[in-house]
Design a protein around this ligand. Sequence first.
Ligand code: ATP
Ligand code: MN
Ligand code: MN
Length: 382
Amino acid sequence: CAHPSATPESAVSQYACQRRTTLDNHNKIFTDALEVLAENLEFCGNLGQSLAFRRAASVLKSLPAALRHLQETQRLPCLGEHSRAIIEEIFECGSSSRVEEILNDERYRTMKLFSSVFGVGPKTSENWFFRGLRTFEQVLSEPSIRLNRMQTAGFLFYEDISNPVSRTEANALKILVEEAVICVNPSATVSITGGFSRGKEFGHDVDFIIKTPEAGQEDVILPAVIERFKSQVQKRLFQQKVLSEDCLNILLYSDFQESTFDLRQLPTHCFEAMDHFSKCFLIIKLKREQETDARAGRDWRAVRVDLVAPPLERFAYALLGWTGSTLFGRDLRRFARLERGKLLDNHALYDKATNTFLPANTEEDIFAHLGLEYIEPWQRNA
Ligand code: ATP
Ligand code: MN
Ligand code: MN
């Protein structure tokens, strides 16, 4: 990915924000393999090389058809020697021996297992692995391990949360969230963002962004929504005289992060940094549509929900950031900085030439500021 800008009209851009990437991936056999390599490098802390494989996979995802020959990769950006060797082997043997090796590797498998728990990142996973732990049972029975609140919830609801959330469930959650939000502030609106707004049928969570027209409301709405969820429970408890609170509480877990946002802050260089908006990470109890879980004897399942409430004047930037995909967002920022001399993050776009913040009401405004063709959310699956 070393060579910048001057790309002929027909060529594939090295920037994901100049490619249209739908969910219709014609090169899944290659991209799955490259993403295993990327994931393994992430687990090893080698983020630079991991990103190189992620970029290679992303370029292949944007192609209108399957690769037919290795030579076709010559004209593509971001496909280095390593990626090409993997592709070549898949062409010849149907699979990559290196990928097979990783998939069977004890460290990879353990890291993958541990980091699939909500609240457990690569650092903790690695720590547990090097202490000789290999299974959840071993982790949970290790007396020296103190799980934090998030991890405790992660283990408690592991089975439910590790099952993908369907679009139907996402829509049901939207009604639930909307009801609470509007009750707290009738002028606020709720939109689905994240993977579902890019057209995905399944997600690991459901992401919602809340728009509040009145200044300052973005700081109070989420705590109020959380309180509303809690009081709903108490009211119903009282009305229905039901036995255990645990059976009714729709909020199984909540972690509210207060806003640390400052209008004067310049966009950050660091992509991994979380944004500063008021947000919360929740686990919500969702009523099942038809079949009840007879084995568990319950008619609900736990789902992960994220809510973010940015100030109105930065709503478009927050929406663009939360819509993703992660690689798309990363390349938007890289493009802004390297090709336009502007700093972009989830909060703002700053023009270094004029030392000004560029206002935006819509995502279209932001693409226009960057001199980019507008890419629809469903074309951002980079
Ligand atoms: P999935 O369907 O697996 O949930 P997703 O694309 O929705 O896929 P998420 O992890 O939910 O993935 O993230 C959605 C978007 O929000 C991504 O672009 C990510 O970069 C961004 N994002 C997630 N968490 C934060 C955060 N704490 N701060 C800023 N941006 C975030
Ligand atoms: Mn998501
Ligand atoms: Mn999320």
